[in-house]
Design a protein. Structure first.
Lengths: 198, 198
DNA sequence: GGCTTGACCAGAGGATTCTTCTAGAGCAAT
DNA sequence: ATTGCTCTAGAAGAATCCTCTGGTCAAGCC
């Protein structure tokens, strides 16, 4: 029966929760839905997550963590600034296609923008943005605009497009949008990375 | 006692709901909270909104409608393309400062990205994006990239920055970010509006 | 005035949903 | 074998949601 971890209901609950949340929305989803979909018991749910919010928060952290890890790996492997800047945009677009469910959930569940985010989520974000910040400043050759502005220029259009695509308001595909978004990111950030030759 | 409409509990419920949602998050907010904060009764709440989702949806529509109306007024008053492009960015930044509560709620409550949005919300968005689309195509002098891409380049960085600022992850203010975001929007869109002189 | 109609409001109470709690299974270390 | 830990189970109590009945009030009509 393999080890304890592999049999654990924790993952089953997360999977079931994702499916239910996408089917009914987070507000309308019931513990009952999640339990029957995942085959777990009330006890397991409360043991692992402490409630509906804990479950949704943990799912959020899991999805975001996977995204961050993959994104930073792409960035870290880039041989130069232009490749890196474009890689993140392209990774984002292929990630939302490959993980549409998770991407939708990440966009739809944003309660933590109101009540304070969990420690785990806060630290996840801090690490990721810290890595990004470091990557940028290590390569910059001019004085940078404030970092939140740089990041917004880099990824804002891509996030915005993704949001539209995921809510199915849009006919153009991520693949079609990719060259435009990649170019505009490099267009905005490129000047920061070239030597100041006058 | 004035007319019926002015005494109505509908607005009181919306106001109370906004306050509660911001205080506890949408998921944790209870009808009880909203009722005691707004001084309305169970009957009123269900009469007007039919439930928690209906209440949150109506609040969303109210907030977004106010934003759209003001934004399009600014765009419509602009004498030329550059003024218009910059005006929307600047309007967005001042709106989130003037209506921080509503802006936070609009960002935090996104259940409708999963279950189908209400007719009212869908039509609100259709009208607004239709107006924007019209404004752009009326003034374009070159062949446009796909419209969702254009809109993402225009507003994506501003939305992205706003999101960071509203969740208090960021020290720089909207006023400080404004010139950067306004410039980058015009930088991205300007070429579409100039005559193709070679 | 008196009657009718329809919009709106009130709150009790049944139905649903959430959470706690006790009990026990499986595994590892002693 | 015993102890201690993690995890699972589901019944029962607590909390929350929503339906339903019975109003109030203003407006329109006779």
């Amino acid at each position: 029966m393999a080890t304890r971890q592999e049999t654990s209901k924790r993952q089953a609950l997360l999977d079931g929760a994702l499916a239910c949340f996408l089917e009914h929305g987070v507000v309308e989803t019931t513990m009952e839905h999640v339990l029957s979909r995942s085959g777990a018991s009330v006890g397991s749910l409360y043991h692992h997550f402490g409630g509906k919010e804990g479950l949704a928060d943990a799912l959020y952290v899991e999805c975001l963590g996977g995204y961050h890890t993959a994104a930073f790996a792409r960035l870290d492997a880039a041989p130069d600034a232009e490749t890196g800047v474009r890689a993140i945009v392209e990774h984002h677009l292929s990630w939302i296609v490959a993980h549409t469910d998770r991407a939708k959930f990440l966009l739809a569940y944003r309660d933590h923008e109101i009540r304070p985010a969990s420690d785990e989520l806060r630290s996840l974000n801090r690490v990721f943005y810290g890595q990004i910040e470091r990557w940028i400043t290590d390569r910059a050759h001019v004085e940078l605009p404030p970092l939140p502005v740089v990041i917004s220029q880099w990824l804002g259009p891509t996030h915005s497009f993704s949001r539209h695509w995921l809510s199915a308001q849009v006919r153009i595909t991520p693949a079609d949008a990719r060259p435009f978004l990649s170019d505009s990111a490099w267009h905005a950030l490129g000047p920061l990375f070239r030597p100041t030759t006058g």
